[in-house]
Design a protein around this ligand. Structure first.
Ligand code: AMP
Length: 222
């Protein structure tokens, strides 16, 4: 079962994807985390992708599709896969449909986490994450331990370089110009559920659970 989470930067895709992973045994695939891992390891992909990420731009579609292909090829999917951060463009969305069709699979549900820009910017400016376990902390709402380390694993917390104010602006522009059209692509096909993501983490989680439990058959109308 494949579930896609879409939303602007700061909408809570990573936070909710981790919860779905823990609660339902889905494999959480975050293309952003994978790319950051590749940048950290200094691989060929990391060197290429890092230039775009540093600028707050999208990594080109052909690079992303190669990455996704390799991911879907890799081992068991468990109870399902939750895609966080992919697709972000209409060509990526179309390519994903074709890729899955070739494999006899399809997307179960696309969930759009909708948030007001000012709320998202506020979240991003107080967000820190743990590179060791991937936990996301918001300094405004959930203070980490006194020594500034991660509650979950004790790892060091850091602010993502693309969460700097001018990078945030650029990422929102990308969202408006590219990802918004992706959302419309799914909406026009009746495959989209929208969740108000400006609410608390638990309220958003409940809304997502309700969607996943409601859609007992693939491709239920939205
Ligand atoms: P995220 O962690 O999802 O916010 O992604 C961080 C950065 O990784 C983005 O700003 C892009 O530069 C890059 N990235 C992640 N996923 C994609 C994608 N599907 N297409 C293009 N670039 C991506």
């Amino acid at each position: 079962m494949i579930v896609v989470l879409l939303g602007a930067p700061g909408a809570g895709k990573g936070t909710q994807a981790k919860r779905i992973e823990a609660a339902r045994g889905f494999r959480h695939v975050s293309t952003g985390d994978l790319l950051r891992g590749a940048v950290g390891e200094g691989t060929e992909l990391g060197i290429l992708a890092g230039k775009y990420m540093d600028a707050g731009s999208l990594v080109p579609d052909d690079v992303m599709l190669g990455l996704l292909n390799a991911l879907l090829d890799r081992g068991s999917q468990g109870a399902g896969v939750i895609l966080d951060g992919f697709p972000r463009t209409v060509p990526q969305a179309k390519a994903l449909d074709h890729l899955l069709e070739d494999r006899g699979e399809k997307i179960y549900r696309v969930i759009f986490l909708d948030i007001k820009r000012e709320d998202a910017v506020e979240r991003l400016s107080s967000r820190v994450s743990c590179p060791k376990c991937g936990s996301i902390h918001n300094l405004a709402t959930s203070l980490p331990r006194a020594d500034g380390s991660c509650d979950a694993c004790g790892g060091p917390l850091f602010r993502r370089p693309d969460d700097e104010p001018e990078k945030i602006e650029r990422r929102f522009e990308q969202f408006q110009s590219e990802t918004h059209a992706t959302i419309e692509y799914y909406r026009s096909q009746g495959r989209l559920d929208t969740v108000d993501s400006g609410r608390s983490i638990d309220e958003v989680r409940e809304a997502i659970d309700e969607i996943l439990d409601r859609n007992s058959g693939p491709q239920a109308a939205g």
